[in-house]
Design a protein around this ligand. Structure first.
Ligand code: UDP
Length: 323
């Protein structure tokens, strides 16, 4: 397959590029490096460009006959999206619209889309399955929800076939520590916990201790980056073989609180994590846990690294290696 990876220099995109490349597919990364890193692209071809640049998109599609697109290019921080929604509507919607237009103009109609558990908002029940009502509570989730609606309309009007994968919390690193989680600034829990363990951060701030959860801190479902990417490979195979449009929730089905993540990290690193307690972060639902039984049943997807300890171990090996 010849696959375009929009956002292939980012955390998830770079693992995806490497996985598809190692499976023998031709991969082209398109990334403006606003949040990604050139040296994280370990296979295929790299084209630097922005989804806001229609001319660059046209030349990209003129130069390649893509079988499908995997779309990771977007802004991802919930807290930032509450403070600066314009950035999210620009990057995640205007940029995505340009990508879809370029696909349409060049007869490319298969796409795997990075969606999110944030489309569900405050859960009415957990674990969250695909029929759970959707009601995003932050602009990040809203942009992803709107894109899913666009995909539905593009399917009926233009024959777009899509798989939207609603990630819960992508985490971990490649088991050989060649790639890992890298954001600047870093806002995600596991890398920050590990930096606090290393002494690079004075303390990890726990955002909120008064949630309606067993220990008062937020509960999330952490899924290993390689298990997440493996689901994209199944999605591509489904679309390339003529499959219909689908959406799946993607997580391990097990929730861990912020405090539990810290405890497991302390065990994995053999170091204590200095902690301070702060107020809630705007836009955070108390608990997000996936019911991923649909993708397991339909496509036989099974996590290889389902244990939080393994996820944190790989993240730690990467943190230790990278400097
Ligand atoms: N979190 C925290 N301190 C931090 C970063 C995150 O307490 O410095 C919490 C956050 O409030 C959420 C969970 O950790 O409940 C996971 O947050 P993250 O930003 O990693 O992912 P998100 O759930 O926003 O996608």
């Amino acid at each position: 397959m010849r696959i375009l990876i929009a956002g292939g220099a980012g955390y998830i995109g770079s693992h995806m590029v490497r996985m598809l490349d190692s499976l023998g597919h031709q991969v082209v990364t398109f990334d403006d490096l606003s949040a990604g890193f050139r040296d994280a692209v370990l296979g295929g071809e790299f084209v630097q460009g922005s989804l806001h640049d229609k001319v660059a998109l046209k030349s990209l599609f003129d130069a390649n006959q893509f079988d499908a697109v995997v779309h990771f290019a977007g802004s991802i921080a919930v807290g930032e999206s509450v403070r600066d929604p314009a950035k999210y509507y620009q990057n995640n919607l205007a940029g995505t619209l340009n990508l879809f237009d370029a696909m349409r103009e060049h007869g490319v109609n298969k796409i795997v889309f990075s969606s999110t558990a944030a489309i569900f908002g405050n859960p009415q029940y957990v674990p969250i399955d695909e029929v759970h009502p959707q009601s995003p509570i932050n602009p990040y989730g809203m942009t992803k929800w709107i894109t899913e609606q666009m995909l539905r309309d593009y399917d009926s009007a233009y024959g777009f076939r899509s798989v939207a994968l609603r990630y819960f919390n992508a985490a971990g690193a490649s088991p050989d520590a060649a790639l890992g989680e890298r954001h600047d600034p870093e806002t995600h829990l596991i890398p920050l916990v590990l930096r606090a363990a290393k002494g690079e951060l004075p303390a990890l701030t726990v955002f909120g201790t008064d949630y309606d959860t067993p220990d008062g801190t937020c509960v999330r479902d952490y899924i290993h980056i390689e298990d997440l990417c493996a689901a994209h490979v199944l999605a591509l195979q489904h679309l390339i073989s003529g499959g219909d449009s689908r959406a799946y929730n993607l997580g391990n089905g097990q929730g861990y609180s912020v405090k539990q993540v810290i405890e497991v990290a302390e065990k994995v690193c053999g170091k204590s994590v200095p902690v301070q307690y702060g107020p809630r972060r705007a836009g955070d639902p108390p608990s997000l846990v996936a019911d991923a039984s649909k993708i397991r049943k339909d496509w036989g997807w099974e996590p290889k690294y389902g244990e939080l300890e393994t996820i944190i171990k790989h993240a730690w090996q990467w943190e230790v290696r990278k400097r």
